[in-house]
Design a protein around this ligand. Structure first.
Ligand SMILES: NC(=O)c1ccc[n+]([C@@H]2O[C@H](COP(=O)([O-])OP(=O)(O)OC[C@H]3O[C@@H](n4cnc5c(N)ncnc54)[C@H](O)[C@@H]3O)[C@@H](O)[C@H]2O)c1
Length: 324
């Protein structure tokens, strides 16, 4: 089986490639442009780690580069494409909307269109819990209305789902939308809460907390996400419109302040300072996924809790930044 992972230098892309490259029957190619939204060294180190496995092939390329991307598709003739490359982050999309249009709209179109031309058997792509906007029907089910995204980031991801649906309908390319819910774990993103809080706490700096930490998030550990993706790869949608969307989540919502408290405990810190900020524009108050559709499909229930997940992250953080 030949698989392409876009965004291979990213947090989720790295872990997915790490898992897939252990499978002897998979020929794995990763692409990424090492975008500088956050520390590029982390991305380079992820790729360096992946390259220890000689079977892993990597190309530094922008997903908008039609010529190079087409050449890669021609060379490998992929059966499966897992499209994770994107400009992530809700807050950054307020100040930099054009980056989101470029990577998440134009880039997405390029990858799905080349996948269609090269007759890929299953196209899986990253969507987000943010598409649910301010929906209050908890737990959030895949068939809820998602017409009112609260941020530009969410709007681009919703657009991806809609475009993929049309591609499935017209060209019969089997497409699976993966709605990720706040993914965290080792080698995680420096712009996300767990990394930011840990870094500040360990350095005795004040922590900026939006909405007094009352946000509720369905925090999902990276290993649960990766296992779910590897199982979904083998389940291309069938039917007249071969398109499916799944929530990938632990379905265990927790308050951000509990998350913070758990980091404190695992760091062995007694006190930390908080700067309370108002609710950020574009942010949703609560996420909590219904994961029954996923569980029925793959016979696996993502359920690693934050107590274990945060501990694993802190182990990685201390080792990576040599804190011990
Ligand atoms: N981590 C989460 O909690 C979460 C939640 C919901 C959705 N997602 C989505 O999952 C996917 C992966 O997220 P992540 O957390 O690994 O983010 P990430 O930023 O670590 O990874 C994305 C990767 O895509 C690459 N990229 C961006 N623009 C590119 C372009 N034009 N050409 C080539 N490469 C490009 C970046 O360099 C980066 O390495 C993204 O689509 C993101 O929107 C993530």
């Amino acid at each position: 089986m030949k698989i392409l992972v876009t965004g291979a230098a990213g947090f989720i892309g790295y872990h997915l490639c790490n898992n897939l490259s252990k499978n002897k029957n998979i020929e794995l190619v990763g692409v990424d442009n090492f975008d500088n939204y956050y520390d590029v060294n982390i991305k380079k180190n992820r790729i360096k780690t992946l390259k220890k496995n000689k079977k892993f092939v990597f190309y530094k390329v922008d997903i908008n580069n039609n010529l190079k991307i087409s050449q890669i598709f021609k060379k490998y003739n992929f059966n499966i494409v897992i499209h994770l490359a994107a400009q992530a982050g809700v807050r950054y999309s307020i100040s930099n909307p054009s980056k989101y249009i470029k990577s998440n709209i134009n880039g997405f179109f390029n990858i799905i269109d080349v996948s269609r031309k090269f007759k890929v058997k299953h196209f899986l792509f990253a969507s987000t819990s943010s598409v649910y906007g301010n929906s209050k029907k908890f737990p959030l089910k895949e068939d809820l209305n998602t017409d009112k995204p609260l941020s530009i980031y969410a709007a681009t991801k919703k657009s991806n789902e809609v475009l993929a649906y049309a591609y499935s309908n017209i060209f019969k390319i089997p497409c699976t939308a993966l709605r990720f819910f706040t993914v965290y774990g080792p080698f995680g993103r420096p712009d996300m809460a767990l990394y930011l809080f840990t870094k500040k706490m360990i350095n005795y700096e004040s922590i900026e907390l939006f909405n007094k930490g009352n946000h509720i998030r369905d925090f999902t550990y990276i290993d649960d996400i990766i296992l779910s993706i590897t199982k979904l790869i083998k389940k291309p949608p069938r039917g007249i419109v071969p398109y499916e969307v799944y929530n990938l989540a632990s379905s265990k919502p927790r308050k951000l302040k509990d998350f913070l408290e758990t980091i404190k405990i695992h760091l062995g810190i007694t006190k930390f300072k908080i700067i309370k900020l108002k609710m950020q524009k574009g942010d949703v108050f609560k996420t909590h996924a219904d994961t029954n559709k996923l569980i029925n499909k793959i016979k696996y229930k993502p359920s690693i809790g934050i107590e274990i997940g945060i501990q694993e992250f802190i182990k990685w953080f201390k080792k990576y930044y040599k804190y011990d």
